[in-house]
Design a protein around this ligand. Structure first.
Ligand SMILES: [Zn+2]
Length: 299
């Protein structure tokens, strides 16, 4: 496991509109600030309040005279644990906006159990409290910032509550975890059709810039690459002789050469050392999920 990040770095890319600020906490997660004429919006709140406090400090000069809003793309812990900074009575209160499904996940016993377990493991979670959104929406939401519009729309698959943010004026997509470099995390075979449909929905917008929360990339080709990854898994696994065996007995070291982790990364023009090690597990998860999907299609 990689060390938990302690510092946040601001990242700049020439192709990204300067009204969007990108903050990176090591290999953990990226969080964004969108500075519109009428308000400022933080997209997600990092994996700890300490990390999110650094983001707030870096955008603070931009907040003078602008109301602040916080959007949660989904309820996974690395996107919401900084919500506690924005509650009423805190130093920087803000309205937190998210889908009703994200609210329900944040209020669930499962979320509380996960946080309790993390608190037992590490000091870094001692300040965290689960804070559900103040404003919830059912079917997407438009935030009109005057010069920039933020369109929140459903992109389920990675999680059922997931929403991405489209800013049409600058053809920029904040994908959340619905796209990821080198590939997104998928937990179950039953989620794969939604993962693909969400990638297709995002690609249909024809964005000029795509900013995922993991992977540090900006290019719109990410969406097609992610789609191609799942397609490649499905095609190659369909004919894999091992496939009929119960999953516990599968020999993942005997995967077809086109599906080894190393070869997949090579085709994405990236070396194994440049990608966080946990993507190796994401890849095994995706192989398992694809086998499940193939099995259910036949069943
Ligand atoms: Zn995430």
């Amino acid at each position: 496991m990689t060390a938990a990040p302690e510092t946040v770095q601001e990242i700049r890319h020439a192709e990204v509109d300067p009204r969007i600020r990108i903050f990176q906490a090591g290999e953990d997660v990226d969080t964004f600030a969108v500075l519109t004429r009428r308000f400022a919006v933080l997209i997600d709140t990092m994996s700890t309040p300490a990390l999110m406090r650094q983001v707030v400090d870096m955008v603070r000069p931009e907040l003078a005279g602008r109301p602040l809003m916080v959007v949660n793309t989904h309820a996974d812990w690395d996107h919401v644990y900084g919500n506690v900074l924005f509650t009423a009575g805190s130093e920087i209160p803000a309205l937190i906006v998210a889908s009703a499904l994200t609210r329900d996940r944040l209020r669930s016993p499962a979320a509380q159990e996960r946080l309790s377990a993390q608190r037992r493991e590490s000091e870094r979670f001692s300040e965290v409290d689960l804070v559900a959104p103040d404003v919830v929406f059912e079917q997407g939401l438009t935030l009109d910032g005057g010069d920039l519009t933020l369109e929140l729309f459903a992109t389920p698959g990675h999680t059922p509550d997931h929403h991405s943010v489209w800013i049409p004026e600058i053809r920029t997509l904040l994908a959340g975890d619905a796209a990821e470099f080198p590939f997104p995390s998928v937990r179950r075979g039953a989620d794969l059709p939604e993962v693909r449909a969400s990638l297709e929905r995002m690609a249909a917008l024809r964005p000029a810039v795509v900013l995922p929360c993991h992977g540090g990339t900006t290019g719109p080709e990410l969406l097609e690459q992610n789609l191609a990854y799942f397609e490649r898994l499905k095609q190659a696994l369909r004919g894999w002789p091992e496939r009929g065996r119960p999953q516990g007995e599968l020999d993942f070291s005997a995967l077809p050469p086109s599906l080894t982790y190393e070869n997949l990364l090579k085709d994405l023009n990236v070396t194994v050392e440049r990608v966080p090690e946990f993507y190796r597990r994401f890849h095994s998860d995706a192989v398992r999920a694809t086998l499940e999907e193939l099995g259910s299609e036949e069943g």
